[in-house]
Ligand binder design. Structure first.
Ligand code: KG4
Ligand code: ZN
Length: 316
């Protein structure tokens, strides 16, 4: 079964064709990131306008790359929430029009559920349920128990900023550009993670599987304000210390969740799952016998439409 997916929830205009939920026949992404560099974050109207400009060529390319025509496609799927409303609407309207013209079923998918299914793309083994997913991205930060296909229990979430958002805000504070995650993790490679003592917000008993990153971001801001003139090494040290604090909190909570829930696999998903330190620490801190997965290809970590098409296939 071939599903055509569309994703426009933030700043990426994406379309893909996925066969049987796993095999990626095409995965096209046009990003408007360059346009958001100056503002250090996504400007909703700019993103929506770019989606309008990109959606048709992206869809044509996704179909062509998969060597398909509409008659070969069994269903259309689209991200319906959460996201920037004007951006989402471009994808939704387009998907509805295609489904209507070509008489195909239309399947609605939640963006975070899409990220969860990024770990199913190109996977060769069957997933073993129940499994635990940490979805970490610019817009969301959740610990999810997945008991079966589309059977989720939310164990924890962020009470304020998501981890990726914290990376983006700290990068903006340091004048480093957007998106912050890849830039900060690169600079952190030459920094000392112990140079600055940033807080590890673990929260009280009631909130022990929830997250909170806004205090950490403020702590970074206070340090930055104290610095009269930051040289490259100081910037790298701030990046490394900040990254260490975020990742330690994420991994500690992940470990805590595996102690409370008996799971057969642990998955990392969303933009921040591309982070090397997160992958490494997750592997180190969990028992060897517990398999850890993250998206097979780097482009499955950040927003894409293949993950949406996979989620749609398994939504029966
Ligand atoms: O999943 P995604 O493309 O969009 C949302 O759904 O939000 O994630 C984008 C987020 C951005 O906040 C970006 O800074 C972060 O993922 N990110 C990273 C890395 N690569 C992307 N954060 C930390 N380390 C990375 N290597
Ligand atoms: Zn996302």
């Amino acid at each position: 079964m071939k599903i055509f997916g569309i994703e426009t929830s933030c700043d990426d205009t994406a379309a893909a064709v996925v066969e049987d939920g796993v095999k990626v026949l095409s995965n096209v992404i046009a990003s408007s990131i360059d346009l958001h560099q100056e503002t250090g974050g996504v400007v909703p109207e700019v993103a929506a306008r770019e989606h309008l400009r990109q959606i048709s060529p992206v869809i044509d390319k996704a179909l062509a790359d998969a060597d398909c025509e509409w008659k070969d496609i069994d269903a259309i799927t689209v991200t319906t929430s959460p996201g920037l409303i004007a951006s989402l609407l471009v994808g939704i309207n387009t998907a509805q029009t295609i489904a209507y013209i070509h008489q195909k079923p239309l399947i609605e998918i939640d963006h975070v559920v899409g990220h969860v299914y990024a770990n199913f793309l190109e996977r060769e083994t069957e997933p073993q349920f129940p499994l635990l997913v940490l979805t970490v991205s610019g817009g969301h930060n959740e610990l999810i128990l997945m008991r079966g296909h589309h059977d989720f229990v939310k164990l924890g979430e962020t009470l304020d900023d998501a981890a990726g958002e914290a990376f983006d805000k700290v990068a903006r504070l340091l004048g480093l550009g957007y998106p912050g995650g890849p830039i900060i993790s690169k600079l952190a490679e030459s920094g000392n993670p112990e140079a600055f003592k940033f807080p590890r917000p673990m929260l009280d008993k009631e909130n022990k599987l929830n997250f909170s990153f806004s205090g950490l971001k403020s702590a970074v801001r206070r340090e930055v304000e104290k610095l009269e003139k930051a040289n490259d090494q100081t910037i790298a040290d701030i990046c490394a210390s900040f990254q260490q604090a975020v990742i330690e909190v994420l991994v500690d909570k992940l470990v805590l969740a595996t102690q409370e829930q008996e799971v057969k696999e642990v998955h990392l998903a969303g933009g921040v799952s591309a982070n090397r330190l997160l992958r490494q620490m997750t592997r180190e801190k969990l028992p060897d016998k517990l398999p850890v997965f993250w998206p097979i290809e780097q482009i499955f970590c950040t927003d894409n439409a293949a993950m949406i098409a996979s989620a749609a296939y398994f939504k029966k």
